[in-house]
Design a protein around this ligand. Sequence first.
Ligand SMILES: C[S@@+](CC[C@H](N)C(=O)[O-])C[C@H]1O[C@@H](n2cnc3c(N)ncnc32)[C@H](O)[C@@H]1O
Length: 622
Amino acid sequence: MEKLDLTTPDFTNKNIAKLAELFSNCVTEKKNSKGEIERAIDFDALRQELSDTIVEGQQERYSLNWPGKREALVTANTPISKTLRPCRDESVDFDSTQNIFIEGDNLDALKLLQETYLNKIKMIYIDPPYNTGNDFIYNDNFTANKDEYDEASGQRDDEGGRLVANPDSNGRFHSDWLSMMYPRIKLARNLLRDDGVMFISIGDDEQANLKRLCDEIFGEDNFLGTIVWKKKTNGNNVGYIPPVHDYILTYGRSAQDDILPGFPITQDFIDKTYSNPDKDPRGLWTTSDLSANHIGPHFPITNPHNNKVYSPPRGRYWVFNEKEVLERIKNGRIIFGKSGAAAPIQKKYLSERNSMRFKPESWWDKQGMNSDGTTELSDIFSPKIFNHPKPTLLLKNLINIASKSGGIILDFFSGSGTTPHAVMKLNAEDGGNRKCISVQLPEETDKKSEAFKAGYKNIAELSKERIRRAGKKIKQDNAHKEGIGNLDTGFRVFKIDSSNMVDVTLPPDEAHPDMFDVQVFNIKKDRSSEDLLFQVLLDWGVDLTLPIERKEIEGKEVFFVDDNTLAACFDKGINEDFVKELAKKKPLRVVFRDDGFTSDAVKINVEQIFKLKSPATDIKVI
Ligand SMILES: C[S@@+](CC[C@H](N)C(=O)[O-])C[C@H]1O[C@@H](n2cnc3c(N)ncnc32)[C@H](O)[C@@H]1O
């Protein structure tokens, strides 16, 4: 019976496998530091395969580099053996909600989500620290010793990780920030669907570096554009050109036509864009260029009313051939300006639009400002509880242009929780069923801050309470709407913690007498069966929001996830009668604890019993 691995994916091994698929002759074996044989890449062979297209050593090349980049890549690829522990008490509608709130460092969260949400996320929005010189950034170096910790000006979390100030006097100012962002964006990209989109808010300090970093991670062709968002009305005379905007860099997993469906057409848009001054029986219309800059036909067009002749503007071409142009002039689909005496132009009818959505443009000055975000949060709590939350209108519109009505939205720098708030609001407005995953570090609030005085010891606490209150208010405000009762305002809370299993792979010199006990009972004593269940779901890549039912079979507790997607029993004393009963339910996957069987004979027979009664079931142990 196979044992679940219970660690996050090892990307170095995955990369070797990808290379092996392309160049099997470049895969070899070598001894690692423990003297074990492992797979490796023969670089000399690979070099030969790629002949003269390699840059090496001191040769000049185009690339974004900084001290620490290599370590940042290793950080992204290194597996961890942590887990997500469910927290019912802090959740809302735990059993039925499809939204998730993860408390912890987002690097761990992104690693933990790799199996389950690979290629599943429609949109990611992040609003990371902008590296203004006053930000705390997360230091991923867990190997620093205690003295180094004590020296650090920042805080330390339970795991020994730390938030450190990144003042611009630090010689590694940009490097530290890039090293923090690189593994996170790299791992986040894996989670996007092929038509998935990532938006990243950023200011002037790191916009240029972030653009280069994302070009490297996503590929320049997948850059969809930059939104310039007006965040305040005046720049208070700060700096040479006081900034009143932020940037929102936008990348697609794989740029394609419908990757950003755009805004749905509103009556306001129709009123502003379309009219019918000549009472055209085809209805409302607007105008559109008859020429374009991609190469096409080039011929003189004569205005039949005054015989004036027009050629396309310099460097441009007509979008139709001559026959089509004459036909369209005859049908009144090409006109000579509204006056009849100007250059030819096309009529575009509302009724003939390909899509009832329109493209977002890059300049956003009516999408709420920082002050709106602050007011929204003050309405929920008290003033000044969180610095510069984004306005929900901005987030609603980003979500709106990326997702027509469904899909999973992820924000892994969730802050005060604007993204989950906006998802609920937009779903209430347009009847959508988008789901949200938020990740937020339990970053301690300053003792002098309003948040601390209001009882929120860390930002994750504040964020969860905001989602609770916002969800209730949205339901109240929309009480008159049909179906509002079905709006998902719940969320399952998970906290990142060490694995549920005791590490039995410690080197002999680090082992202690208790370990003998551990070899037999490898599950930590303080972990519940629900803890184990979610670790199994993560490891097996099963959706964390599927409905879960607890049933009793032969006196044992069994979890059924989404009916028969997975059945799990972590009780001890498993005997053949129980296994036979469970097999009758024909689960697709079944999991037991390794030490849960009454005897070795039962353990051996489990596979036989399932083979007979439910051959499709995949059986594993933890
Ligand atoms: C600029 S704020 C986001 C504000 C958010 N958009 C809003 O509207 O409230 C960035 C947040 O990311 C959090 N953060 C920083 N490093 C993190 C990490 N490694 N893991 C998770 N959260 C982190 C910080 O605690 C901070 O609250």
